[in-house]
Design a protein around this ligand. Sequence first.
Ligand code: ADP
Ligand code: MG
Length: 256
Amino acid sequence: MTEVSVAKEDVAATGDLVVLKSVNKHFGALHVLQDIDLTIARGEVVVVIGPSGSGKSTLCRAINRLETIDSGTIVLDGKPLPDEGKELARLRADVGMVFQSFNLFAHKTVLENVMLGQVKVRKTEKKKAEEKARKLLDRVGVANQADKYPAQLSGGQQQRVAIARALAMEPKVMLFDEPTSALDPEMINEVLEVMQQLARDGMTMIVVTHEMGFARSAANRVVFMADGRIVEEAVPDQFFSNPRSDRAKDFLSKIL
Ligand code: ADP
Ligand code: MG
């Protein structure tokens, strides 16, 4: 039996949406992802925390192949991620990504930003794409900003547009890489609330964040990374009240 069909059966049996097995990645001499095994079930919200430089962003970027990996496998909804080609583009479209910097197209309106991927990648008809974009902008609370350009919006509004844009692709999983780190403090909650609602609606989410309140209330599981490894995984209550590893204890003592 080939490795591919084994992976498919695994997923079908468990409902796992994202499965990383023995994933390794180097940047030169730096072993930035070390034997990462991580399984994310459909509808699960996993918060990834850890010190700066521990490999959290690289992990996210590997999951949608913005970074290649050196060894191991990443399986997305039963399909192993290939290194390149049309199949990669298809699978990548199933992964919504929201970064620290909002990455909106500056020369497009808010509405156009949310329509673009639908029309170009999903080949949705313009009228339908616009309808959906307006619905999503309403859902994230910026419907009245549709005709503005990103620079005319606050950081919190821009990040909510970025979330709407990602959702417009109907992703199977959403990756958030420190989505509130670049925001002024008074805008953090409006973005976290949208994410909370998304979690309640059943979206599968991987969230890198330093917002421990969000981790406590929204996460099904906390994954703690240090030095390129997953050091500890636990439900939030257990992780925050009773971390097992010294690395996690040390990290929590600094941020809480
Ligand atoms: P985190 O998101 O947890 O802060 P990163 O995944 O961004 O960590 O980075 C992990 C390590 O890999 C860091 O030491 C970082 O400097 C290094 N790194 C990240 N991207 C690159 C790159 N493109 N080239 C070389 N080193 C990189
Ligand atoms: Mg990072």
